[in-house]
Design a protein around this ligand. Structure first.
Ligand code: NAD
Ligand code: TYD
Length: 350
């Protein structure tokens, strides 16, 4: 029996990780710790909410007393830490919120684990889920490896870089068993429609303008979220203590090409004329400090743990579009209220 606290389990990636662990490991007990911010949604976990090995706890990782009490109550064997503020544009508007959740929240979890796991570090594991954005930006060539020096540019990536450094410091200083993975951009079901792919799907469906920052020349390396969850499962169980793995799909796309591909898929699915949805593409003011290109070299993960992506981007994108078209209620629910207000503020001045 293993008890694992998964933080941020009501979010996009977290919900896929929670589902995978609850279903694949009936002998584990999974505690989903999430504060249900605008990005957290328990509807993401409806299919497993009554599983006997699953429990949801609402709480804020910035609240140290609460976290300490949770560790005392649950006596976890491991933490898989995904809770974070995750959207670059929001970090440009409100950097301090990112420092609080991503840096202070992570250090709180590390401190609670350190106190609670004293003398038993060899039996415990702290797995920190991070991003390739900590490495900064690439020019036209090269890829990020685990040895690439950190060079974050946005308040989001700076806060994630800082949290990664703290996790490594707890390994170096206290000998805590820590593991970190840095993954490229994810896409798939339950993705909050403030990020590029679900936002574009939603707007194309609604015949609203699809905002492309700058000239759409920026490149991202896209990975299907369930392949990320599978990599996290492998790394959690197999990685040596103190190690880092990069996770990515060798799947680079210029934003504008990706949006055009989505428009073509949506034209077919929605019975529109070829080229109709592409007319919605609208170039808007670029993001400040916009990183040009991300690309992950995932050779270490492939060689050491045998992980490769399970589906192609074409398959994944089609599955994703199908999921959004079949789950209109989910989209309507998350795009109402608070999100609408954010949307107006974010795009009205571009
Ligand atoms: P998300 O924004 O969809 O979900 C974040 C979750 O964390 C939400 O459920 C939210 O309620 C919760 N949360 C936020 N602040 C909290 C707090 N103070 N206390 C408790 N819970 C809180 O994010 P995501 O896209 O699923 O990303 C998950 C993790 O993976 C993050 O750490 C992110 O940096 C990392 N990551 C994301 C991507 C990506 O493409 N989305 C890629 C690589 C790494
Ligand atoms: P995003 O999904 O926000 O992920 P990240 O910034 O973490 O990579 O954005 C992906 C890319 O798409 C990024 O280069 C910014 C761009 N983008 C747009 O062009 N328009 C949009 O409306 C959004 C949200 C992003």
């Amino acid at each position: 029996m293993k008890k694992i606290i998964i933080t941020g389990g009501a979010g996009f990636i977290g919900s896929h990780v929670v589902r995978r662990f609850v279903k694949s490991y009936p002998e584990y007990s999974i505690v989903n710790l999430d504060n249900l911010t605008y990005a957290g949604n328990l509807a993401n976990l409806k299919d497993i909410e009554n599983a006997p090995n699953y429990k949801f706890v609402k709480g804020d990782i910035v609240d140290l007393k609460f976290i300490q009490q949770l560790f005392a109550d649950e006596q976890p064997d491991a933490v898989i830490h995904l809770a974070a503020e995750s959207h670059v544009d929001r970090s440009i508007t409100n950097p301090l919120e990112f420092v609080m959740t991503n840096v202070v929240g992570t250090v709180n979890l590390l401190n609670a684990a350190r106190e609670s796991w004293k003398g038993q570090y060899d039996k415990k594991r702290f797995y920190h889920v991070s991003t390739d954005e900590v490495y900064g930006t690439l020019g036209e060539d090269g890829m990020f490896t685990e040895e690439t020096a950190y060079d974050p540019h946005s308040p989001y990536s700076a806060s994630k870089a800082s949290s990664d450094h703290f996790v490594r410091a707890y390994y170096d200083t206290y000998g805590m068993d820590t593991v970190i993975s840095n993954c490229s951009n994810n896409y798939g079901s339950f993705h909050f429609p403030e990020k590029l792919i679900p936002l574009a799907i939603h707007n194309i469906q609604q015949k609203k303008p699809v905002p492309v920052y700058g000239k759409g020349e920026n490149i991202r390396d896209w990975l299907w979220v369930e392949d990320h969850a599978r990599a996290i499962d492998l790394i959690f169980h197999k990685a040596a203590t103190g190690t880092t793995y990069n996770i990515g799909g060798h799947n680079e796309w210029k934003n504008i090409d990706l949006i055009k591909a989505l428009c073509t898929i949506m034209d077919k699915k929605l019975g529109r004329e070829d080229g109709e949805s592409a007319q919605l593409i609208t170039f808007v003011t670029d993001r400040a400090g916009h990183d040009l290109r991300y690309a992950i070299d995932a050779t270490k993960l492939q060689k050491e743990l045998g992980w490769v992506p399970s589906i192609t981007f074409e398959e994944g994108l089609e599955k994703t579009v199908d999921w959004y078209l079949a789950n209109e209620k989910w989209l309507t629910d998350v795009t109402s209220g608070h999100y609408q207000q954010y949307y107006t503020e974010q795009y009205n001045n571009r």
